[in-house]
Every structure is written in structure tokens, then in C-alpha cells.
Design a protein around this ligand. Structure first.
Ligand code: UDP
Length: 243
């Protein structure tokens, strides 16, 4: 039985980073077919309010982790406190560590041309036992999707990381979930830019204080509109509690 907290109709698994990693490890060791992991933040939960397809995709995902301090605050407002924030970057790191320890293979799909290759090179340096099953950049035409799918399936990786930004990556995985020959598929967004070195994660102090969003705002001020989702989200959660 999954222990989940519903935030604006989005079910979020009440897991720690270690729980999430163990669940994925279990799937990697079993005869599984494309388990889907999503890592929504407040922005995605807000998008899901207006996008029924996205909402349904998250509702049907196999593991939904709370990527952002906003979800933790919301869960407290709802008196159903989530244990901890589990970011996509951290979860990807734990999955890579597991893949290294157990000789698993990964495929990275997404990012600007060259980014997935660079990310995989750096991943190989940190985790040399991982088999890189392949990489494909994320700027493609719909007509090329069958080819991308074939390329992934020819290499049948254990884990498929998709970095097309949310919600494009979640929709892509969902669209092909029945045909993807992978054990686990996870949308990882900008995490591959961090692995490639084309983006930097907030310093640890910001992470520990739950202020990664603020660091990002300082570095990429043009994102402020997207970040306005946070106060809207909080107000909506407060009202949803009253209902
Ligand atoms: N991206 C892509 N194809 C697209 C749109 C985005 O490969 O059509 C990549 C982009 O280059 C970046 C990643 O998706 O590497 C995540 O983008 P963003 O930072 O906007 O997403 P977030 O991490 O905020 O979900």
C-alpha cells in the first residue's frame, strides 16, 4: 500500500530519498517493464491543475517524489506532513550510484546537442561501472520519435533518463511507456545540464535552507514568471484545506 499525500489532486509518495532509491533498486532487480518515476515541483503541480493529461500521467506514475520545499510546506498546511524533500537531482544521483554498484546500464535522452554525451562522460568518470547504453539529444521532430524509440530499445537500458523539461518529458515517457524496453524511466529535466557542467546546482547552504529556488532566481532572473507559481500554489493549497 502506497503512503501518499494528495496535494491539489496530485498524489505524492511520502518517501525519503532512501525509500525512493530502494523502490527503484527493487524494480531494477525484478522482471519489470517501464516503471515511471516523476519528480513534480510546485510549478508542475500548478501546471497539472490546467492540464488534465499531465494530471492523469502523474496520478498513474509508479513513484512520485516531492521535488521542492513548496510541497513539503503544502503537506504541513494539509496536516499530512511529507517526510522530506526528494529532489530529482538527488534521486538521479542515488540511482546512478546503484547502477554503478550493480553494473546496470543507462540511456540519456534529452538536452541540447552534445549535452547528453558530456553528461554521460562525466557520469562514467564518477561511476565507471555503469554501462552507457546510448545518448540522444532532445531537439527532434515528431517524425523522428520512432527512430529514437528504436535506438533506445536496441540497447535495452535498465534506466532511461529523459531530459526534455517538464511536462514534455513526462508526456513523452507516458506516450511510449508500453513500447519502451527499459525497467525504469524517469524525467530528469535540467539535472543532465548539471552533470554535463552546462548548469550549476545551488551551493549546499541554499539546498539545506530550502532556498534552491531563490538561488535559481538570482542566476536566471528571467524565470521569475515561472516562479510566481509558488505563491499561487500556496494560496490554492490553503483554500483546498478549507474545502
Ligand atoms: N530540452 C530538450 N528539448 C526540448 C526542451 C528542453 O532537450 O524540447 C532540455 C533542455 O535543453 C534542458 C532540459 O530539457 O537540458 C531541461 O530544461 P529546463 O531547465 O527548462 O527544465 P526543468 O529542469 O526546469 O524541468
Amino acid at each position: 500500500m502506497r503512503n501518499r499525500v494528495h496535494i491539489l489532486n496530485v498524489p505524492v509518495d511520502n518517501v525519503s530519498l532512501a525509500d525512493a532509491q530502494n523502490q527503484i533498486a527493487e524494480w531494477l532487480e525484478a522482471e519489470q517493464h517501464c516503471k515511471i518515476v516523476v519528480t513534480p515541483n510546485t510549478e508542475i503541480i500548478m501546471k497539472a491543475q490546467k492540464d488534465p493529461e499531465l494530471l492523469q500521467i502523474i496520478q498513474s506514475a509508479d513513484l512520485v517524489v516531492p521535488d521542492g520545499i513548496g510541497l513539503i510546506y503544502a503537506s504541513r498546511i494539509l496536516h499530512k506532513a511529507l517526510q522530506e524533500r526528494v529532489t530529482g537531482v538527488d534521486l538521479m544521483h542515488q540511482v546512478l550510484k546503484y547502477c554503478h554498484q550493480h553494473g546496470k546500464s543507462i540511456y540519456i535522452f534529452g538536452g541540447k546537442p552534445g549535452v547528453a554525451e558530456k553528461a554521460s562522460e562525466n557520469i562514467s568518470k564518477s561511476f565507471p561501472n555503469i554501462r552507457i547504453a546510448g545518448t540522444t539529444h532532445g531537439y527532434f521532430d515528431v517524425s523522428e520519435e520512432e527512430g529514437i524509440l528504436d535506438q533506445i530499445n536496441e540497447n535495452s537500458p535498465d534506466v532511461l533518463f529523459v531530459a526534455l523539461g517538464a511536462p514534455k518529458q513526462e508526456k513523452w515517457i507516458y506516450k511510449y511507456r508500453k513500447r519502451l524496453q527499459v525497467k525504469v524511466a524517469m524525467g530528469v529535466g535540467g539535472s543532465i545540464d548539471i552533470w554535463a557542467g552546462t548548469a550549476k546546482r545551488a551551493p549546499k547552504i541554499y539546498q539545506d535552507l530550502g532556498l534552491e529556488w531563490f538561488y535559481r532566481l538570482l542566476k536566471e532572473p528571467w524565470r521569475y514568471k515561472r516562479m510566481m507559481a509558488l505563491p499561487h500554489f500556496m494560496v490554492k493549497v490553503l483554500f483546498s484545506r478549507k474545502k
